[in-house]
Write a protein that binds this ligand. Structure first.
Ligand code: ADP
Length: 724
């Protein structure tokens, strides 16, 4: 069975390896054992049931809570050539009848339904007459009252075991504590279910946390790093969403709002514009997200602190579902804590207690000085062994611990005490930095011994340290006005018995995340952009989301391998048989045009034995790590060796060494072509490029009367692209 599944994976999806726990999850279904599979967003849960459904006899029923989720999956399956359908209230009665005919004719492999429809008498009657391969329950945490998204209609799924006693049930979720997991098993009356629990870590997400200062400036900086890419900006309140939209539009960014105060119609229009990539950025409250399967969200910005790490994990987790790098930036302010706290005022006492514990956990995450990946995982009871995750502000060195944390904290705490614990964070920061604010002078607080003790620092930094001390439990905000009081732990600092950790922005240049460097390895960015445009055109014509045509990961693999033949195209990760048949002509033509215009080598890593391997349904893998020759070449280019020298050293043709050099330039973002192109030649090429009006090689070559070779032009253009 697993062999069959593996063949189906290659044939329909163009995938050749399993993601963690996918194989085990599929094995459970194959041997008829119930299962609960907990994998993070982007962990590949859908494939766990889709691949067995294709290979097993009969019809697989998939229970899903939202029409948009069902539609997305059915569209994606159709693109891969798999007969799947959904029945939901958005279909006309004729469309529903057409699906019923297919069920009757046994031509479907997967049927998506909402739980209430599955359990309805009429539908059970239909399904009793059909051979069911198994039942998959997506978003299974909806069955549990302990989960964050309980849906009463999911409770009826407990009847399934009674109605279909011999049919295997597989439940999938991204968020499940042990309590929720056990509840899923119990509520659905699963028989001895296998629990498969993956790591919650999302190594491709780069987490960054900063105190909120000038939020528009901070948000714009993130948007500028992601021009032309999709992203979500979350705000706590509706009015913040509207305000942010106005301000960003004013700065020339094209964004759209989404919140519960808008009409259904307006929300739908904006959601679709985002999914269809007509707009890049959506500004939303947390009402936005559930049911969004868009795999190429490259950034998620939080302009305020969420109320729990569960929420943060879920919302930030909407980035990078395709496994490629994505940035999750959180801008917090101490006041956010107060906003949430006041919103919890009306809660019943017990619920409020739990909510406050979660809120404090979130606050500690913001102000704590540990690896963000570790902090999130620990919260969920897991750990990672990596010393440095290379994918968060802490591990990338964007923040530094200050050396004199104890003395600094003592100055802050003394100031709070000298002010008789009657003032808030802002006021304390003003006193500590020696502000000449009218209130301070009027109150005679410029005469306090703590006045100006931290005058070497900005008010923002001092306020941030106060927040960090609150997060670590040394200070508390109390009363209606959030006045600062020193806790018992805080008094231990004043006595020098405890030392806090305090952070400040690093002065040196932070390291770049290696996550991005790896996933762009060998990819020609210009070609990637050209293919992205082509994908948008195809998606527009077919009226399906771009990421369903090809994922970003597939496009990068195309721009890396640059296949010239169908066989080479089939080697691309994410190109199955149907997509190859449908799109090879148009995509191969685009790749060829681009490579010719830019003198780029094609068929990188394509093996001659591919043809025979493909016929057998498996294929030789391209080494995902850089080949040794390429790696050595990069090191030698780093030492500024010439192309000829590098070619000799790595025992490759000069054309290959040039290719390595271009990859090296792209990867390291080199913008000066010296020593491979001398300054004068580079100047001539820039002039020619301006005259020839564009970045194509041939017109530049012609303009220079053939006096400067293609390789020199190519190297120069690659560097110039990095200057943009
Ligand atoms: P989840 O439902 O767990 O959030 P998805 O099923 O949407 O995750 O999968 C996330 C992405 O990973 C999708 O783009 C999917 O096509 C891709 N994917 C799934 N399984 C594999 C695999 N074995 N190899 C490569 N990509 C995969």
């Amino acid at each position: 069975m697993m062999e069959k599944i593996q063949k189906a994976l290659a044939k329909y999806w163009g995938y050749y390896e399993f993601m963690p726990l996918q194989k085990e999850a599929m094995e459970c279904i194959s041997r008829g054992q119930d299962s609960i599979v907990v994998l993070p967003t982007g962990g590949g849960k859908s494939l766990c049931f889709q691949a067995p459904a294709v290979t097993m006899p009969g019809l697989a029923v998939v229970v899903s809570p939202l029409i948009s989720l069902m539609k997305d999956q059915v569209d994606a399956l159709a693109e891969c050539g798999i007969p799947a359908a959904r029945i939901d209230s958005s279909l006309s009665s004729n469309e529903q009848k057409a699906v019923l005919v297919k069920i009757h004719d046994k031509t479907l492999k997967l049927l998506y339904l909402a739980p209430e429809r599955l359990i309805s008498d009429g539908f059970l009657e239909i399904l009793r007459k059909v051979e069911l391969s198994f039942i998959a329950v997506d978003e299974a945490h909806c069955v549990s009252m302990w989960g964050h998204d309980f849906r009463p209609e999911y409770r009826q799924l407990g009847l399934l075991k009674q109605i279909f006693p011999g049919v295997t049930i597989a439940a999938y979720t991204a968020t499940a504590t042990e309590q929720v997991r056990n509840d899923i098993a119990e509520q659905m009356r699963l028989t001895n279910p296998e629990m498969l629990i993956g790591s919650f870590d999302r190594p491709n997400l780069v987490y960054k946390v900063q105190p909120r200062k000038n939020i528009i400036k901070q948000v714009c900086a993130v948007l500028d790093r992601h021009k032309g890419e999709s992203g979500i900006i979350y705000c706590i309140r509706r009015k913040d969403v509207d305000n942010m939209c106005v301000q960003l539009e004013g700065h020339g960014y094209h964004v759209a709002p989404y919140h519960a105060g808008m009409s259904d119609e307006d929300r739908k229009i904006n959601q679709e514009a985002f999914i269809e990539e007509k707009i890049d950025t959506i500004v939303a409250t947390i009402a936005f997200g559930m049911g969004i399967d868009k795999s190429n969200v490259r950034y998620v910005i939080h302009t305020g602190m969420p109320k729990s790490l569960e929420h943060y994990q879920q919302e930030s987790g909407r980035a990078g579902r395709d496994g490629l790098e994505a940035e999750c930036c959180l801008f917090y302010y101490g006041g956010d804590y107060g906003i949430w706290k006041s919103l919890m005022d009306d809660m019943p006492a017990e619920a409020q207690k739990i909510a406050m514990v979660k809120l404090s956990g979130m606050y500690r995450y913001c102000t704590g000085g540990v690896c963000r990946h570790k902090a999130i995982l620990r919260y969920f009871g897991q750990d990672i062994n990596k010393e440095n995750c290379a994918a968060c502000d802490m591990c990338l060195g964007e923040l530094d611990y200050i050396e004199d944390a104890l003395a600094t904290a003592q100055k802050i705490l003394s100031c709070i005490v000298r002010l008789h614990q009657q003032y808030g964070g802002h006021y304390n920061a003003l006193v500590l930095t020696g502000s000449e604010d009218k209130r301070i002078i009027e109150n005679n607080h410029h005469k306090l011994s703590t006045y100006g003790l931290l005058s070497d620092y900005s008010k923002h930094i001092v306020q941030d340290w106060i927040e960090q001390l609150i997060g670590q439990g040394y200070i508390e905000k109390t009363g209606e006005y959030n006045v600062l009081t020193v806790t018992a732990k805080g008094w231990a600092i004043l006595k020098g018995k405890e030392t806090p950790r305090l952070l400040k922005p690093a002065e040196r240049q932070a390291k770049a995340s290696t996550v991005a460097a790896d996933s762009w390895d060998g990819v020609d960015r210009g070609l990637f952009e050209a293919l992205r445009k082509l994908r948008a055109t195809i998606a527009g014509q077919k009226r399906i989301p771009a990421y369903i045509v090809f994922s970003d990961a597939a496009l990068r693999d195309m721009a890396r391998r640059r296949p010239s033949t169908r066989v080479g195209f089939r080697e691309v990760k994410g190109v199955g048989e149907k997509k190859c048949r449908q799109y090879s002509d148009i995509v191969l033509a685009a790749i060829k045009d681009y490579c010719q215009a830019n003198s780029l080598e094609m068929d990188i890593g394509v093996h001659p034995e591919t043809v025979s391997a493909e016929l057998q349904g498996s294929k030789p893998k391209m080494c995902s790590k850089m080949s040794e020759a390429r790696q050595l070449a990069f090191q030698l280019f780093e030492r500024k060796l010439s192309v000829e020298e590098v070619a000799k050293a790595v025992n490759r043709a000069e054309s290959t060494a040039i290719q390595y050099l271009i990859e090296y330039i792209n990867r390291e973002k080199i913008n000066n072509p010296y020593p491979w192109v001398d300054e004068q030649t580079f100047g001539c090429i820039i002039d020619a490029m301006k005259q020839a009006k564009g970045g194509q090689m041939k017109p530049i070559f012609d303009f220079l009367n053939g006096e400067i070779g293609y390789n020199q032009i190519r190297i120069s253009l690659a560097c110039l692209r990095n200057n943009r």
